[in-house]
Design a binder for this molecule. Sequence first.
Ligand SMILES: Cc1cc2nc3c(=O)[nH]c(=O)nc-3n(C[C@H](O)[C@H](O)[C@H](O)COP(=O)(O)O)c2cc1C
Length: 161
Amino acid sequence: MPINEERFRDVLRNWASGVTVVTTRAGDKIHGMTVSAFSSVSAYPPLVLVCANQSSTTHGVIEQGGVFTVNILAAHQADISNVFASPENEDTRLESVSWSVGETGAPLIDEALACLECTVTSAHQEGSHTIYVGQVEAVHTSNAEPLIYYQGSYRALHDDD
Ligand SMILES: Cc1cc2nc3c(=O)[nH]c(=O)nc-3n(C[C@H](O)[C@H](O)[C@H](O)COP(=O)(O)O)c2cc1C
């Protein structure tokens, strides 16, 4: 008997994670959303995964374009996380940040802690989400502190609470 959704969400609040914006492109359509479900999969070959809700617009664009870029947010980019998580400004999100076009065509967000440019190697539908596994084709890094998400709020590494 599976546990209920509320209990599941409550328990998962205890998992401290980084915060990413996953961007993607299919033809002229560029898009992105905030994602915490990101993980390294393999170093050789270099593979990572992201989990995208099948109801999200981002999901469809990744499916169509076959590329995604994981922009790992820096501590000062909590506002960007909020913008890319909000359904209200879905079509204007990318106008509110500075970005450049990466090798795959997907946006690289300026001042992100790191960007991993990926091509999709496999997609696995599980429950409400799809696990997109991507081969890392190019990386970009900067010297910044990470943004942390824990118990429903943003933290920095130097928080005392
Ligand atoms: C901190 C945080 C983490 C999130 N992580 C994910 C995630 O891992 N996968 C996902 O599908 N949605 C995640 N979301 C929700 C999406 O960002 C949100 O539903 C977004 O509006 C979807 O945008 P889209 O439909 O334009 O693609 C997260 C939201 C927040 C605030």
